[in-house]
Design a protein around this ligand. Sequence first.
Ligand code: HEC
Ligand code: HEC
Ligand code: HEC
Ligand code: HEC
Ligand code: HEC
Length: 483
Amino acid sequence: MSAWRSLKENWLQPFLFFGNNLLSLIGGAITTASAFVLIGFWIVSIFGHGGSSNPYLGIVLDLFLPGLFILGLILIPIGIWLRRRQLIAAGQVPSVYPQIDLRNPVFRRGIETVIVITFINFVIVGTATYRGVAYMDSPHFCGQSCHVMAPQWAAFQVSPHSHVDCVQCHVGSGMKSYVQAKVNGTKQLIEVTFHTWPAPIRAPLNELRPARATCEECHSPTRFIGEKLLVKTTFGDDVKNSMTRTVLVLHLGGVDSVSHFTGIHGHHLNNFEYVATDNDAQTIIAVTAANPDGSKTEYVSSDSKGPVQGVHRTMDCMDCHNQATHVFQTAEEAVDEAMLDGTPSSALPFMHKEALQLIQAEYSSQAEASQKITAGLEDYYRTSYPDVFNSQRSNIDASARRLVAIYDRNVFPNMKVAWGTYPNNIGHMAYPGCFRCHDGNHATKDGKTLSNDCSLCHNLLATDETNPSVLNDLQLQNELHLQ
Ligand code: HEC
Ligand code: HEC
Ligand code: HEC
Ligand code: HEC
Ligand code: HEC
């Protein structure tokens, strides 16, 4: 009883006495009001409406309101503290605070209410925090809340990983990674607020989580794939947009059933270390291969003069699959893919050539690009092929819309993302890719060169042929969509 008494006299009575001030009451009101809105929102979302699918709605409901709620809670003690200081200064603090009498049912109910509300507050803050965290982890938050992520968001949505959360690759598990990511995020928020973010945004591979903790959670590094057939379709710059095909079989390999490393996948995942002279690892001056017998072979580029210095890294999935998620196409790839789909139509004369010229021109914004690409295509056919322009108007308009979509998916002038800003390391045609090492210029001290023999990586069965006989042999000659 005496503990209760001292609690009552030293804490509760003064709390009620000092709490009766404007600031604390406003605090209480803010807290209660935001709590009602939050509870209302949760009830609505339980019944399947609302939710955080819109990123801005999400920011309000999952971050702003809980923030307000906590602000209210903080205001209450500040008000109490200020009033107490004021009264002490004025010498108006009573020696005995107004009585609390537990036998008084009105008062007892008051205390019970305070306890119940405190409990509810606890539940609300807890749930709100949980939801806030879950929301910040959703791709909508990462990709859409912040327009500087627009390029990566656009590429993510059409990638094979569009259902993998951003945080699964970008944030480690455990408290340390979580805090690290939020500190990083706050820094980025400040950069965005003050327009000081670096454009284009880069993510040096060394700053990402290692593949073991990301890719390999879902893909086994020891899966044996063996040979993979690839068919590349391209359209020409001639009047007929002639279609040709390149057919190759990639030696993907893997780790076979007797633990041999074979082919592309097998060899590189066996602890290869390389040294790059730039952050994007586009210039690799040395690579050390681990041999099955435990020895090592170092290949150094003939371009490297003096000691080998730079960023060291052990090769993993992301050194080749740097664009497994954020796939930025080249203009040629994008137009070829679209024409294979039928829009832009290859029946329109010189479509391939015109399309590439229009989407590769420089524009100051996506809006300007949209307007000029559409007008440019119409002008071309109106002046060069008036008959086609009159008879195929809807075809030309649909083609223009598709070209604008291709531009919007790959080029972001406000983020300084142009064609080719983000290199893709698979292959060697548009970017150095495999040839960062396999360029025939990397050799050991005793003169053994890292092979760039064409058949090391693939068998080229047809190169830019109109009607490759190998597709006839495979009875695939009528299949348009081959990869
Ligand atoms: C499956 C793994 C994976 C997922 C999921 C993923 N990323 Fe990435 N992200 C990467 C890799 C790998 C890179 C490094 C690319 C490079 O070096 O070229 C990267 C790079 C980036 C970059 C730096 C720019 C660049 O392209 O190099 C940004 C920004 C980014 N990601 C944002 C996001 C956002 C936002 C999401 C979710 C909408 C997301 N990422 C989902 C793997 C992933
Ligand atoms: C959460 C699971 C998950 C993670 C993590 C993940 N992937 Fe995938 N990945 C998948 C699934 C599922 C597919 C198949 C998607 C499909 O076929 O539509 C896939 C497909 C792929 C493909 C084939 C793409 C294609 O166009 O056929 C590659 C390459 C790939 N992933 C590489 C990676 C790399 C590299 C990483 C790490 C940066 C990674 N994945 C992380 C689940 C994952
Ligand atoms: C030396 C470069 C390199 C490394 C390292 C590498 N890959 Fe690949 N991977 C390739 C190439 C090249 C292809 C074929 C690309 C294509 O289909 O266009 C490929 C294809 C794939 C595919 C698609 C397979 C299919 O059946 O179509 C998956 C999935 C994949 N890789 C996952 C991974 C994972 C996971 C890792 C890390 C454990 C990894 N890769 C490491 C080069 C690499
Ligand atoms: C960082 C440097 C580096 C990059 C990038 C690289 N490789 Fe390699 N690759 C090596 C080294 C080193 C070896 C092993 C040479 C040896 O056995 O001494 C190797 C071996 C291979 C082999 C096996 C050769 C054999 O003996 O069977 C193939 C196939 C191969 N690479 C294909 C590729 C492909 C395809 C790519 C691009 C997707 C690529 N490599 C990118 C360094 C690299
Ligand atoms: C180190 C491995 C490697 C070597 C060596 C290599 N290539 Fe390739 N090449 C690749 C890979 C990987 C791809 C598939 C890229 C993709 O998946 O889009 C490719 C694709 C191609 C393509 C089709 C490209 C396209 O987009 O149309 C051609 C053509 C080609 N290679 C020609 C050659 C020739 C010719 C040589 C010999 C001078 C050669 N390659 C040597 C790895 C290699």
